[in-house]
Design a binder for this molecule. Structure first.
Ligand SMILES: CC(C)(COP(=O)(O)OP(=O)(O)OC[C@H]1O[C@@H](n2cnc3c(N)ncnc32)[C@H](O)[C@@H]1OP(=O)(O)O)[C@@H](O)C(=O)NCCC(=O)NCCSC(=O)CC(=O)O
Length: 410
């Protein structure tokens, strides 16, 4: 009797799992409409509004750094009006965290809403069909937090299962997608909204010798992705299949990337060694990810997997131009393989956890364009690809992606 019940339970448990791997079903992005700054003019504008024009040496250094970022423009919620109301934002020594949190507690979910509304529209089902929400931000310092606010703004059902990922930094988006994959595959019928929203207002401050790289690099943006696994509903079509996902921490690199919240705001720490450390570890990480992907499809007989990096498509978090250069160099990638990442960096800068969603969206746009240009029967387009993002730890999130045979809009 007990055995019979156990078997029934086992069968009912297996019925709770999805059919096949999870997939990205829709992708959308948004940026604040407020301020768009050209990178060529950023140093002049920043030093003027920070009333720091007298710091000529620092301004020249920031100009030089800006010139090397590979960024052309960035979007910001912060504007001169907000700064006039909050001059304390310019001075780390002054308490300003409360005022910053007041603003981002509203603006971070609002920006996420802009991206999410578009993703839900593309998905084509009602927002109330979303079963799980995973929200990632480095601006989450209040509860109830941005995930609940977003759920209310979108009219999600009250039984939606919410998770907020806080301060994962630049790997937050990839971590959220990894989690969404696991949720979707283990809860039959689940539809997960991943929302990543980053607003630099919480870390903005006046210039000093230690924060110029952050000022040159970061911008504001939000990304939203709907993730689900089979059986798919009518009208749902996968954009990217999420084959397998792994997370790796590079030992003894905690010092290299970090964030620290204080009364005066959020400070980023970016060690100069980051591109080198990633360069030294990326290949092993990729080999591990592909071994785990092969094991999932029962294709790892000899324990190792041969992958030609140039046969893949690439969605790499553009943490900075030298990071992309280093990865390209170490993996001997053909020019253009990281072009989706470079384009996002050029147009928006590093939007921390949200950036990877922009890269996925850009990849899809490029594939669609190529398909239109070259016709439906182009077999040159890679079927398999990799998504990678890095953040404090140093943590590397890697996901093997596959373009399904009947891809939506690819
Ligand atoms: C700042 C750069 C644009 C500079 O470009 P290059 O390195 O090609 O140029 P360069 O070597 O001439 O350096 C120009 C000046 O910048 C300084 N410099 C370079 N990297 C620095 C760093 N991390 N911290 C402080 N200063 C730095 C150099 O010492 C030099 O100063 P001097 O002129 O005095 O000699 C680039 O290094 C860059 O994009 N670095 C950021 C990479 C990074 O860590 N990204 C992670 C972001 S965080 C992320 O994505 C994840 C997360 O946080 O969660």
């Amino acid at each position: 009797m007990i055995r019979a019940q156990g078997a029934a339970m086992h069968e009912s448990r297996s019925m709770q799992h999805s059919e096949g791997p999870a997939a990205v079903l829709a992708i959308a992005t948004a940026n604040p409409s407020g301020t768009i700054l050209s990178q060529d003019e950023f140093a002049d504008q920043f030093f003027r509004i920070a009333k720091s024009d007298q710091l000529i040496g620092l301004k020249e250094k920031l100009k030089k750094i800006c010139h090397k970022t590979g960024i052309e423009k960035r979007h910001f919620h912060l504007n001169e009006e907000i700064l006039r109301a909050h001059p304390e934002f310019l001075d780390r020594a002054l308490p300003s965290l409360d005022a910053r949190i007041d603003i981002v507690a509203t603006e971070v979910p609002k920006l996420a809403e802009s991206a999410s509304v578009k993703a839900i529209a593309e998905w084509g089902r009602p927002a109330t069909d979303i079963t799980h929400l995973v929200f990632s931000t480095y601006s989450g310092y209040r509860a109830p937090s941005a995930d609940l606010r977003l759920a209310s703004l979108l009219g999600l059902r009250t039984s939606v299962c919410r998770t907020i990922l806080s301060l994962h930094g630049c790997y937050g988006g990839a971590r959220a997608l990894h989690l969404a994959k696991e949720l979707a595959e283990n809860n039959r019928g689940a539809r997960v909204l991943v929302a990543c929203s980053e607003i630099t207002l919480v870390c903005f401050t006046g210039p000093d010798g230690s924060n110029l790289v952050g000022h040159a690099l970061f911008g504001d943006g939000a990304g939203a992705v709907i993730v689900g696994a089979g059986p798919l509903a009518a009208g749902e079509r996968p954009v990217f299949e999420m084959v397998s996902a792994t997370q790796t921490t590079i030992p003894e690199t905690e010092y290299a990337l970090g964030m620290q919240v204080s009364e005066g705001g959020l400070d980023f720490h970016l060690a100069i060694q980051v591109p080198m450390l990633l360069g030294q570890n990326v290949e092993q990480c990729l080999r591990d990810a592909f071994r785990s992907a092969a094991a999932l499809v029962g294709d790892d007989d000899d324990g190792d997997v041969e992958v030609t990096w140039n046969d893949l498509f690439w969605a790499v978090h553009p943490g900075g131009r030298p990071i992309l250069d280093k990865i390209e160099d170490v993996l001997q990638l053909e020019p253009g393989k990281l072009e989706a990442s470079r384009q996002v960096l050029r147009e928006y800068g590093n939007m921390s956890g949200a950036t990877i969603v922009f890269v996925l969206d850009e990849l899809r746009r490029r594939r669609r364009r190529r398909r239109e240009e070259e016709g439906d029967h182009d077999h040159q387009l890679p079927e398999l690809g990799v998504m990678m993002a890095f953040g404090p730890g140093i943590t590397i999130e890697t996901m093997v992606l596959r373009i399904p045979s009947d891809p939506k809009g690819n």
